[in-house]
Ligand binder design. Structure first.
Ligand code: DX5
Ligand code: ZN
Length: 214
């Protein structure tokens, strides 16, 4: 089954609880955390994750676009994140392994993220310790960017490795996913689709979520 993870980056931050209620038919709430260093934008952090936790029964899928995430992963778990993903580009491999270990020890699901220029092979060293791999289909930092179709071979390669190894690992895509581009993502093996502007820009949000399932 295809899962939809609307990104609250496109929600109204003055009405977050209300806008999270609007996506009740989705599967995850995608939370984009940016520090102004790893990416050229600053969004939200630990207190906001804690504040929205009681407003929804959906799992919180927290995408950390921050340098040295090992410093903060426990805080995000304690704040109520269900899935915490860290970029492989944001620290050394050793410290990325450490961050994933901390997330798992907190009883949460750990994942890694690959920026567009990062090859699929960068995920190999982590595949056995993650329950989700996220392939960026835009440069991280902003919502509303154009979908990068040239990321599809990377998605397909990761799907092949996950299936060959029989791993219990989801494959997520993030950036520019809309009712057209969702189809190629699904065809290439993604099973979790993040969508910000395509969901919050729709006049009928539940219908749009259903449409994105392909
Ligand atoms: C970008 C974020 C995305 C973003 C997606 O850095 O990671 O989650 O909100 O927005 P859309 O779906 O509008 O491309
Ligand atoms: Zn994201």
């Amino acid at each position: 089954m295809i899962k939809i993870a609307p990104s609250i980056l496109s929600a109204d931050f003055a009405n977050l609880a209300r806008d999270i209620q609007k996506i009740a038919t989705a599967d995850y709430v995608h939370v984009d955390v940016m520090d102004g260093i790893f990416v050229p934008n600053i969004t939200i952090g630990i207190p906001v994750v804690k504040a929205i936790r009681p407003t929804t029964a959906l799992p919180l899928d927290v995408h950390l676009m921050i340098t040295e995430p090992v410093r903060y992963v426990k805080n995000f778990c304690d704040a109520g994140a269900d899935i915490v993903t860290v970029h492989v580009e944001s620290d050394t491999p050793e410290r990325t392994h450490e961050a994933l270990k901390i997330i798992r020890e907190c009883g949460r699901r750990a994942g890694i993220v690959l920026k567009p220029k990062t090859p699929a092979e960068a995920a190999l060293a982590f595949l056995d310790e993650v329950s989700l791999v996220l392939v960026m289909t835009v440069e991280p930092g902003f919502g509303g960017q154009k979908f990068m179709a040239d990321m599809m071979p990377k998605v397909k390669q990761l799907r092949t490795w996950i299936d060959e190894r029989g791993l219990d690992c989801e494959l997520e895509v993030d950036g520019g996913v809309d009712p057209v581009t969702c189809r190629t993502c699904i065809e290439h093996g993604a099973n979790v689709l993040v969508a910000g502007s395509a969901v919050y820009g729709a006049s009928d949000i539940p219908a749009r979520i259903a449409e994105l399932r392909g």
